[in-house]
Design a protein around this ligand. Sequence first.
Ligand SMILES: Nc1nc2c(ncn2[C@@H]2O[C@H](COP(=O)(O)OP(=O)(O)OP(=O)(O)O)[C@@H](O)[C@H]2O)c(=O)[nH]1
Ligand SMILES: [Mg+2]
Length: 448
Amino acid sequence: MSEKKTITAIATPPGDGGVGIIRISGPEAVEVANKIIQIDLTYKESHRVYLTKALSPCGEILDEVLVFKMLSPRSFTGEDVVEIQCHGGQLICKKILQAAHIAGARLALPGEFTLKAFMNGKIDLAKAESIQMMIHAKNDAALKAAKNQLEGLLSKKILFFQEELFYLAAILEASVDYPEEGLEFITTEEYLIKLKTIIDSLTKLKNTFYTGSTLNTSTKLCLIGAPNVGKSSLLNALMEKERAIVTPIAGTTRDLIEGEIHLYGHHFTLIDTAGIRDTDESIEKEGIRRSLEAIEKSDLVLFLLDGSRPSTDFENLLFSEMDPQKTIVVTNKADLLEPSRKHQGVLISAKNLTGLDVLKELLVQWIENQNGLLSKEEVILVKERHFKAIEQAVAFLKTVQEGLENGVGGELLVMDIKSAIYSLSEIIGRNVSEEVLNQIFSHFCVGK
Ligand SMILES: Nc1nc2c(ncn2[C@@H]2O[C@H](COP(=O)(O)OP(=O)(O)OP(=O)(O)O)[C@@H](O)[C@H]2O)c(=O)[nH]1
Ligand SMILES: [Mg+2]
């Protein structure tokens, strides 16, 4: 990364908000800040907040601001940091940023503040990555996984495995020095049991990635049914706004309409579709083709029926083609259901907003069943980089296991144990190349 050591960026998201934060970090942070605020921070106490005014390069007052001075090493980056909290307009933030830039700070690259924190030993790599996970978490489960990683649970686990492996390596090394003694303190059988326990635990951790990798994704939920059953009305009801056009005319929706909602910490992408029926009309036909495609691409389908009438043969046929594992049947228009007629699935009225709570609960239950195993695990692998490192470590340890079983000398096997330790180190960032670091941090936002 570039020469100038002091960096600056807007830390708050783009757009207008209550407050905006401009961050400055580096050896000249205080010097840069002094040039753009009305007070002199040089002799002011660290870890205090000061009320002052931000100035443009020509000395014009830009805004009344709060200034946080945090001297090294007690700051996020481990360097001297000054944060300027202004009123959150985009333009004000940009003007203060420009002033800091002109005063001598370089504009920060994505994730550069966190990279500095990592470089200065304030956090390890797994923790640095968890910050990004936290920012992008779409649901409670993803947030929990990120929080656990930030608290160092993954790092602690990795350090524990490494310690155990160092012990196993030491035993093998001793057997290399005194081959006539065999393995000291421990029989080969006991050694193999210890090794297997570590392999099993690492494999269990590795397998959490299969669910961990889908943790942060939004659940694609598609609304399917014959024309006029109330799909668009349900989309609007769930989104609590008039997102899709609703009319009594069958065939109103022609294209896919998407909307996003959060239900009890879970993120859903709703997809309203064109009602499916047999038609020759070309636009509607294309709409129906897209509806069928949407079913394939969805995680879950809400199959809507119209409670004001019995279901048709065509609806029954369509339903028989649905995957029961990913289909929830909903009967809409509860208000028009004749009391004598039985309904199928969840009974709602998208128009009168009844039954929606039961439906929402079912949706959440479905997700929680999917994530069932996962939520019980304390540490979940979310990053592919971590998964690959553990996979590699397990492969090295399996070589040791087979070697011991086949009487291979400790000399060769000790190398494999050390390689496993080395692979695990990549997770916490002890031996990662600059290229890998750049790759990781380039996915961060600017200002973090
Ligand atoms: N009585 C009653 N009418 C409803 C209910 N839900 C929807 N409707 C009405 O049913 C008609 C069709 O609703 P839409 O939401 O447009 O139906 P759709 O399934 O999206 O229809 P297409 O887009 O044509 O496939 C509209 O007149 C709605 O007001 C309900 O719960 N009760
Ligand atoms: Mg519609």
